[in-house]
Design a binder for this molecule. Structure first.
Ligand code: HXC
Length: 254
């Protein structure tokens, strides 16, 4: 599937989304959000078990499209923010894991996109940042919420007030990035990790994401309750096969 802003390809149980406006460093415009919504709609009808998102050219995404934003009124800007927030929330809520393979600049909205993914694997040349304050703006696609969850208040304000870009290594130290690879091995590494996830129980993977994501915005007792319920449910689902396979010294047949 090809659109003006995205390329989508299925590879067995994986779906690979490539941001495809390299001339403007994959800047995120309204069309991008419409196109991403179209892909998520299609995947809802015909799911894959993992999504990998990456960028073409030298950027993952260098932020929201400044040329498009510059002409917006206050009301249009608020709508653009809300639209982006809701599409990224939908990505975060996607039932299976989403991996960001961050090939280059992940700035502003681009950093917000990778934070809406579950796992970030970065090229050693990737740069992360929220430079909105340099434009006299603040983030609008969720960074004020998600960046704090990823790196804590101090690091979030360090990045958000200065607008400073940080290296992949610094991002990993802060907890934003899970793995760093050589640039030419990025996609291979992302596929390898996706393959590791695919050998886990599909229901267990879905449930652990659900519990973690839902618990982030609920109380501790509610989180524990959800955990126990989902743990118990697996004893009527694939958990029985997983444990049986272990005891019989064979691979589980999911
Ligand atoms: C529109 C962009 C863009 C962007 C780059 N381009 N980023 N166009 N929106 N966010 C365009 C440039 O204008 C240029 O077009 C082309 O892409 C290549 O970029 P260069 O600047 O020439 O490349 P380089 O010198 O390598 O510098 C890379 C860069 C720089 C450091 C990433 O492009 C940059 O600072 N970009 C802006 C980053 C940013 O401020 N992002 C936050 C946006 S606000 P031409 O036509 O000249 O070739 C945001 C808010 C989100 O994300 C929330 C909204 C609700």
């Amino acid at each position: 599937m090809q659109s003006d802003t995205l390329h989508f390809e299925r590879q067995d149980e994986k779906g690979i989304i490539t941001l495809n406006r390299p001339d403007v460093l994959n800047a995120l415009n309204n069309q991008f959000f419409t196109d991403l919504t179209g892909i998520l709609d299609a995947l809802e009808k015909d799911p894959v078990r993992i999504i990998i998102i990456t960028g073409s050219g030298k950027a993952f995404a260098a932020g929201a499209d400044i040329a498009e934003m510059a002409g917006m009124t206050r009301v249009q800007a608020r709508e653009f923010s809300r639209h982006g927030q809701s599409v990224f929330q939908r990505l975060e809520d996607w039932e299976y894991p989403v991996i960001a393979a961050v090939n280059g600049y992940a700035l502003g909205g681009g950093c917000e996109l990778c934070m809406a993914c579950d796992i970030r694997i970065a090229s050693a040349v990737a740069k992360f940042g929220q430079p909105e304050a340099k434009l006299g703006l603040i983030p609008g696609f969720g960074a004020t919420q998600r960046l704090v969850q990823h790196v804590g208040f101090g690091n979030a304000l360090y990045m958000l007030t200065s607008g400073r870009n940080i290296s992949a290594e610094e991002a990993q130290r802060m907890g934003l990035v899970q793995e760093i690879t050589e640039p030419d091995q990025l996609m291979e590494r992302a596929h390898k990790f996706a393959g590791e996830i695919l050998t886990s129980g599909p229901e267990a993977v879905k449930k652990v994401k659900l519990v973690i994501r839902k618990s982030a915005s609920s109380s501790l007792p509610a989180g524990y309750e959800l955990e126990s319920n989902q743990f118990g449910a697996l004893f009527e689902e694939e958990g029985t096969e997983g444990m049986k396979a272990f005891l019989e010294k064979r691979k589980p047949a999911w």
